[in-house]
Ligand binder design. Sequence first.
Ligand code: ZN
Ligand code: ZN
Ligand code: ZN
Length: 337
Amino acid sequence: MRVFACPNCGSWVEFEDRICLACDTHLSYAPDRDLIVRSVPGLKCRYRPLLSCNWVADPDPEADGSCAACRLTVERPDLEDEVAVTQLSIAEQGKRRLLRQLLHLGLPVEPRRDDRGLGFALKSPAAGEQVLTGHADGLITINLTEADDAHREALRISLGEPYRTMLGHMRHEIGHYYWQVLVDGAPSQAIFRSLFGDERQDYSASLDSHYGDEDGDGQESGEHITDYATMHPWEDFAETFAHYLHIADGLETTAAVGITVDGPTGVSAPLAGTLRSVGVLRLEDLTMAEILGHWHGFAIAANALSRSMGEPDLYPFVITPSVAEKLAYVHELVRAA
Ligand SMILES: [Zn+2]
Ligand SMILES: [Zn+2]
Ligand SMILES: [Zn+2]
């Protein structure tokens, strides 16, 4: 993501900040200008006090005082329930990052109305109730228990996943939405099938066989970005789409903060100086191969840095040639949109 400055004192402020720590100015994010601005009373999202939303209210009367991000939520838990509200604010924070990126990339976002368009059902399951995170016809359901670190981390370990985050869930589910909007019935659907497989295969049988595969070795052929993506062409597309958003956001951030990777040093040839990565604020003029060329250096450097802190790899993925081809397909879809 880009970097933001306080409109009053020019200090570096974060996308989520509601107040400048240097000068106490109250801040809001204006999605139409992609800027942090001074908060104006009466023009703040109605969910600012309860959910820490810092966006400017959407002027559309149908938004009813919500911002462009909060208005996409068509179902939320009981706001008297403190645990649910904490989980909801974490999910909404991820959703704001997601939406800002979709707008930045120029992807269409149609707020849900009459069972059409994009909406989010953010649900907190009652005891014994099962809520499945997923997408159906523009409606993205998120099980808010995923906002609980201990719960999510336990699931991540039991499923053998290297990466599981709320933002990752949002990016995955939006991938299903854009499959429907940009691929289903489009001329490029034949290319989709040649790369990802035929999506008309039985989905529930694929689901059963995935969760029955105890070894989790489906990814070994190197054709998928994650093990989960091996389950069905739709899941492969959603995982690939989410991954494209990870890389796009990462490269935008490195450009915004001015990181370049030009190394490594302290090693002899042929390794010395082989990485050369610069960030990219807008990806549309580059090919996917160029984007991945830039990303490669950052990924290696970020992992090395993460290990210096005793943490696991920040970027626990490998881009094989097959995955790169699929990412190139997603890049063309986003560019065309
Ligand atoms: Zn300030
Ligand atoms: Zn809001
Ligand atoms: Zn999915």
